[in-house]
Ligand binder design. Structure first.
Ligand SMILES: Nc1ncnc2c1ncn2[C@@H]1O[C@H](COP(=O)(O)OP(=O)(O)OP(=O)(O)O)[C@@H](O)[C@H]1O
Ligand SMILES: [Mg+2]
Length: 266
């Protein structure tokens, strides 16, 4: 297996705050990697850094290529797709049109990507991406007609429609009910099994522990644990740091049980 994403010494500072502090994180081809940690741990900032939205020090490699100095649209063209913690959709476009505009690549961007190296694979049909998340029946709906959960799923479908090398999902299950969350989990697992390397941020421990191949835990910008779900959920530092105290330990245990319980979301 080869690393699709590899960071070394990745750091982001906001004034005196070390939002991301010397993070080493690798996602191998086809892996589903969970990135968890308490509020303010630096998860979103990590994704902002690798996708080019904040300045960082250290190194970010996609398929072995150093992305230093590349702006977000070039990184996107090379195959880095992301969703945002709050899903923005174009309210005057239908669901399908929202995916189509994201999958389209203006020629100037293609040219830039060719100049810097390999092209991303051609976009899968936006309709296929909707189908993958069972959203086909909503293709012609307007965003205003969607539930919060459906809006989140459309955001995920939009990122998938770009057929990325690395799919970064920032709390895709926030706002989903338990059934929707479990369903999303199954579909993310299928998408990873079909070869899409995925980085999943979520506070839903049940979701993350159930579907991820590996989990990386951040606290105050630093990696405090990394490994398979079984190992990470038994890590005392994780239980203490992530949720704090005995109640938290219980939540992590619950989440690890066969039928996952939601551990709550921020
Ligand atoms: N643009 C910014 N300017 C200054 N500080 C910031 C900025 N963005 C994030 N931070 C700080 O960086 C730290 C990491 O924040 P970040 O949003 O990455 O955490 P998070 O793990 O995504 O949290 P959450 O689970 O609440 O989404 C926090 O201390 C936050 O206040
Ligand atoms: Mg965040």
């Amino acid at each position: 297996m080869s690393a699709v994403l590899a960071t070394t010494g990745l750091s982001v500072r906001f004034g005196g705050v070390h939002a991301v502090d010397q993070v080493e994180l690798a996602a191998e081809d086809g892996q589903l990697v969970g990135l968890i940690g308490p509020n303010g741990a630096g998860k979103t900032t990590f994704v902002d850094a690798i996708t080019g939205y904040v300045r960082y020090t250290g190194r970010v490699e996609l398929d072995g290529r150093d992305l230093a100095g590349m702006p977000p649209h070039v990184r996107a063209r090379l195959g880095l797709a992301r969703t945002w913690q709050s899903t923005e959709l174009f309210d005057d476009l239908t669901v399908l049109e929202n995916l189509t505009v994201a999958a389209e690549r203006p020629s100037v961007l293609s040219l830039a990507a060719e100049l810097v190296g390999r092209r991303a694979r051609p976009a899968e049909s936006p309709a296929d991406a909707l189908g993958l998340l069972d959203l086909g029946s909503l293709a012609d709906a307007m965003p205003s007609e969607l539930t919060q959960g459906q809006r989140k799923l459309v955001g995920v479908a939009r990122a998938i429609a770009m057929e990325p090398r690395l799919l970064c999902l920032d709390e895709p299950a926030a706002g989903l009910d338990t059934r929707e969350s479990e369903d999303l989990g199954q579909r993310l697992r299928q998408i990873a099994d079909a070869g899409t390397t995925t980085l999943l941020i979520d506070h839903d421990m049940g979701l993350v522990l159930t579907i991820c191949d590996r989990i990386v835990v951040l606290e105050f910008g630093k990696v405090i644990a990394a490994g398979p779900p079984d190992e990470v959920r038994r890590n005392e530092q994780v239980v203490r740091a992530y949720l704090g105290g005995a109640a938290a330990a219980q939540q992590v245990e619950q989440a690890a049980e066969e039928k996952p319980t939601r551990a709550g979301s921020a």
